[in-house]
Design a protein around this ligand. Structure first.
Ligand code: FE2
Length: 571
């Protein structure tokens, strides 16, 4: 078995993208949105594939193995007729008004997604995707399909670092399933049970998001945040709790997708939005956690690796992390469908080369730029700047940050996944209400109830959290409760329930250039190595990718300063 084949994974649906692996290494992984500049892009990931090949100095003809994720009926149909997914994308993102047939089409969409993959959908997928690749110059290559939930599961398992674990995937729907339970043992993934598309906790939450006039598949985090502002509805008065039943290693839903939607609409009429959100969040928490605990008990393992869109919900993840049955919990950092391309590549790499684990230290799998490229972009934008040495930069930035200034921070390779982790971040004082408000007004335009997040060193996490158990969280996948005594000092990054979603960096964790040094400097001056860290982008746009993107954002937001490698520019 050769271990050194280049294997390309692609995903051409919601948050499309591409990834290249070789041996046990993730060489590159990027989502198309960063290049097309359309958030959660749905188009074929042409730019991602071209960029990966260019950056790895490979010709398309030299890549002989490609895996594509998902080949159910609905997905295959959109491969044949891409205008269908484009229209849904534009309506979902409020770029186009729904037409008279929209609700009918939506009904059809939810019905068709429950139709499973078949030999025919596989052949059509191979043909359509194969042709796209040929257009890019690929020749004499083997293209394979990989099941949707296998992509989620393999990514979670192979990156978890666990020898043995329960691997659980739960999402909206993909390849007619809304979840799977797998036993991972010494590199083998054995599927133990499935959750059908009809029983989807993900689609339930998608409906809730849509009914609150938010964008489904995008604003679920806002629903979670809104829920914490509600006067709690007692469980016995929450009818949603009876709609899902955990049964053995699966979940049963009382109603199908359409009836669930109708019942939710009726409930929303009776309750204020935040209580409606609360009931949905509570249902998700109770059912997902009950399910995970049941799986852990039944499989007789105490470690869990999780993927699928449901595990973007950090409050659900927190309850799983704190469950007495769970010894250790790993959430794949790109848990939603944006992570499918990497999962597809890993699955094919396991099949072909027997590679089943990846030394997973960080997620900086995206583009980086040379100093010359950054200088050229600065010159072209006509932004005055100064060079600052490695030794001086953390101190200079700490001065600005602690004075309440808002900074844009651009270093090294871009993050893979939904979170900014110090490569493309906006940084500010974690305890300043003024900085938080300004950040909202000038840059992020977030809804008022959605909090910002902190980056911190492990030493700070151990000091400020009630429920830190020593497991690092470098990818912001979990919530932690801040001790009462620290809440005022960190009010810019704490939610109303006292929780926050931190990036916790251990001493050995790879971090972007000078990011750890900045945290250390802030720690020396304030006693707490914590800063506010939010994604470097304008409201409604994807994370910035290039120096040119970052300079455009700098100009439009009039942020106080921009750090581009070792260059500091003032606004
Ligand atoms: Fe999925």
């Amino acid at each position: 078995m050769s271990q050194d084949e280049y294997i390309l994974g692609i995903w051409d649906g919601h948050d499309s993208g591409a990834a290249m692996v070789r041996g046990g290494q993730i060489l590159y992984a990027i989502n198309e949105e960063r290049l097309s500049r359309r958030k959660l892009e749905v188009g074929f990931p042409k730019r991602s594939i071209e960029l990966i090949l260019r950056r790895l100095d490979l010709s398309p003809a030299s890549v002989k193995h490609v895996a594509v994720s998902t080949f159910d009926f609905a997905k295959t149909l959109t491969r044949l007729f891409p205008s269908m997914k484009e229209e849904y994308y534009l309506i979902r993102r409020r770029k186009k008004r729904p037409g008279v047939l929209t609700s009918l089409k939506k009904r059809a969409k939810y019905t068709l997604t429950e139709w499973p993959p078949s030999g025919l959908t596989r052949r059509i997928t191979l043909r359509v995707v194969g042709r796209e690749l040929e257009r890019l110059g690929f020749r004499d290559f083997e293209l394979e399909t990989v099941d949707h939930h296998e992509c989620h599961a393999v990514a979670a398992a192979a990156c978890s670092g666990f020898d043995e674990a329960a691997v659980i995937t739960i999402d909206g729907i993909g390849d007619a399933l809304s979840g799977t339970v797998n036993l991972w043992r010494r590199g083998q993934l054995e599927r133990r049970s499935t959750l059908s598309g009809r029983e989807s906790l993900g689609i339930f939450f998608e409906h809730v998001t849509n009914l609150l006039n938010m964008r489904e598949l995008e604003d679920e985090g806002k629903v979670m945040a809104l829920a914490t502002y509600a006067y709690p509805v007692p469980d016995e008065k929450n009818p949603m709790l009876s709609w899902f039943q955990v049964d053995g290693l699966t979940v049963h839903a009382r109603y199908g997708a359409h009836e669930t939607y109708a019942r939710l609409r009726d409930l929303l009429w009776q309750y204020p939005s935040e209580q409606f959100a609360y009931m949905a969040q509570r249902t998700l928490e109770v059912k997902a956690v009950e399910f995970v605990r049941k799986v852990v008990k039944d499989l007789g393992v105490r470690r869990v690796a999780l993927a699928g869109g449901i595990f973007a919900n950090i409050l659900v993840n927190r309850l799983i992390r704190l469950s007495p049955e769970v010894e250790s919990c790993f959430v794949f950092p790109h848990m939603g469908d944006g992570g499918l391309a990497l999962g597809a590549a890993m699955s094919l790499n396991a099949r072909r080369c027997g590679v089943t684990s990846y030394p997973f230290q960080d997620v900086f799998f995206g583009t980086d730029y040379t100093d010359e490229e950054m200088q050229a972009a600065l010159a072209e934008a006509g932004v005055p700047s100064e060079r600052v040495s490695d030794a001086e930069l953390p101190g200079r930035v700490a001065d600005l940050l602690l004075a309440g200034k808002i900074g844009l921070w651009f270093q090294g390779r871009m993050e893979y996944g939904p979170r900014a982790l110090g490569a493309r971040s906006i940084i500010a004082h974690p305890g300043s209400e003024k900085a938080k408000d300004e950040l909202n007004l000038r840059l992020k335009r977030r809804v008022w109830y959605q909090p910002f997040c902190p980056s911190m060193l492990e030493s700070a996490a151990a000091e400020i959290f009630e429920d830190f158990r020593g497991q690092l969280d470098p990818f912001m996948t979990n919530a932690y409760k801040v001790k009462e005594a620290y809440r005022d000092r960190l009010r810019g990054v704490i939610h109303i329930d006292g929780t926050c979603r931190p990036q916790i960096l251990g001493p050995a964790q790879p971090a972007p250039h000078l990011y750890r040094e900045l945290l250390e400097e802030v720690g020396r001056r304030t006693g707490l190595a914590v800063i506010l860290n939010t994604s470097f982008n304008l409201h409604g746009e994807p994370l910035v990718c290039s120096p040119a993107d970052s300079l455009r954002t700098f100009r439009e937001t009039r942020a106080d300063y921009l750090v581009l490698g070792n260059t500091l520019a003032h606004g």
